[in-house]
Design a protein around this ligand. Structure first.
Ligand code: EPU
Length: 419
């Protein structure tokens, strides 16, 4: 087993290269299975455990993958199995995209119900509502979701909640449906747009991704293409926040600054300097000057829930009282108990957390309770006085490529140890 050991206190200087977006990659890989002609060559796939897990799942149903660094070539021209039921399928949340992809291509899919981070109830009612509107019969039995249709026919679908997963999943199926589908009240996240762009490059006809209405004209088949996944907004945000918390000056490279606006604006409000270049941001910070702020997590372009946990660490050392309202996931404060062990002053009441800034955190033995909680613990360890040990770090490797090397290159004292 592995743990992360951090000696806090170093300021961060230098450059960090951001990898491809996890939440785009985990949808684009299943989408590549919809291609019946030619190979899809996809660049900038992040080296994270969720992607490795998905690779095994794709191979288990008959997809072929060749890898060259972060470039994946996917060949799904041979007939695929429409049943995905391995242990890996149950492990990761994004397995649900196999339903949309296989239903679109084969009008039939059976997928074991997915796992993922324990951050709240994770219903699939909106996915199901969308598939049913397209003409599929959907059943949930014995821990599996089964969707079947004689044919899929375009429909008008108004989602009850703004959901990344159901927007992408229904878009996948509708791409190969007959006629036009109009999806309303959809998620506008950069990864939704990225998946739509990928599908269009393969011959789909999707318009409006990035707004709250997506129009899809169904096509008969998709063909192979070359594509590059967008940079990871959440990984970038994590390094921006880490720099703000540790102090120093770091260039966050290979990003789309527009995707970072809600985070940049909050950091500026706290007194952090954010300089915007074409495809990078320079963060300069003096932690003793940080001021308290309030955040409410919201769908894009609001403040992302996936950055809330790292941000809470920064708030824990900012002068004054900061308030977080978590509007997306009801159990995304599990890391607060770990943060308290390090000296943070936090009161959690339902979906609200109130943090009274303290001058410093102190090293402790803590756990990564989920993926972004793990990133939060790393930042906490980097700013704490003395030694921090983080256990259960497998969660972190689900979503952060080379995290210890990236921080080491910026001057942090962080290493992996076996135990
Ligand atoms: N929801 C429903 N019904 C549904 C689907 C969702 O009520 O059928 C609700 C959820 O309970 C939640 C809200 O809608 O309150 C938003 O959920 P969404 O569907 O957007 O979440 P998701 O697709 O399951 C993705 C990311 C999460 C990220 C959320 C929100 C992937 C693989 N996961 O999850 O990422 O928090 O969107 O942006 O894309 C992470 O990367 O750490 C992570 C958890």
């Amino acid at each position: 087993m592995e743990k992360l050991v951090i000696h806090g206190g170093a300021k961060l200087y230098g450059e960090v290269e951001i990898s491809g977006a996890k939440n785009a990659a985990v949808a684009i890989l299943p989408a590549a299975l919809m291609v019946s002609k030619g190979k899809s060559v996809i660049e900038n796939i992040p080296a994270i455990d969720d992607v490795h897990c998905l690779e095994r799942i794709i191979e288990s149903i008959g997809g072929k993958i060749e890898k060259n660094g972060s470039t994946y070539s996917i060949d799904a021209t041979d007939e695929l199995k429409v049943v995905a039921d391995t242990e890996d399928v149950r492990k990761m949340r994004a397995s649900y995209y196999l339903v949309g992809a296989l239903l679109g291509r084969y009008k039939s899919a059976k997928v074991e119900l997915p796992g993922g981070c324990a951050i709240g109830v994770r219903p699939m009612d909106q996915h199901i509502k969308g598939f049913e509107a397209l003409g599929a019969k959907v059943t949930m039995e014995h821990g599996s979701i089964t969707a079947k249709a004689d044919k899929l026919i375009g429909a008008n679908i108004f989602f009850d909640v703004v959901s990344v997963g159901s927007t992408i999943n229904v878009m996948l199926a509708a791409t190969l449906a007959e006629g036009q589908t109009v999806l309303e009240n959809v998620a506008r996240e950069p990864h939704v747009v990225d998946v739509a762009n990928f599908l269009n490059t393969m011959g789909a006809d999707i318009k409006g991704a990035g707004t709250d209405v997506i129009r899809i004209n169904g096509v008969k088949e998709l063909h192979g293409c070359n594509y590059s996944v967008i940079p990871d907004q959440i990984e970038a945000g994590t390094y921006m926040i880490a720099t703000a918390a540790c102090g120093g000056r770091v260039t966050i490279k290979n990003i789309i600054p527009k995707h970072m606006e809600s985070i940049s604006a909050k950091l500026e409000e706290m007194g952090v300097q954010v300089e915007e270049l074409d495809d990078s941001l320079i963060i300069t910070s003096e932690p003793s000057q940080l001021k308290a702020v309030n955040i409410k997590t919201l769908p894009y372009p609001g403040f992302p829930t996936d950055v809330q946990q790292p941000m809470s660490v920064l708030m824990s050392i900012a002068k004054g009282r900061s308030i977080i309202n978590e509007s997306i996931w009801e159990s995304r404060f599990k890391h607060m108990d770990e943060l308290k062990k390090m000296g943070a002053s936090v009161l959690v009441e339902g979906r609200t957390a109130i943090l009274e800034g303290v001058p410093k955190l102190s090293g402790a033995t803590v756990r990564a309770t989920d993926l972004r909680a793990g990133a939060a613990m790393v930042i906490a360890g980097l700013i704490a006085e003395g030694k921090t040990e983080i256990y259960d770090i497998e969660h972190i490797y689900r979503g952060y490529p080379d995290i210890e090397d990236k921080f080491k290159n910026l001057g942090a004292d962080i290493r992996i140890e076996q135990y």
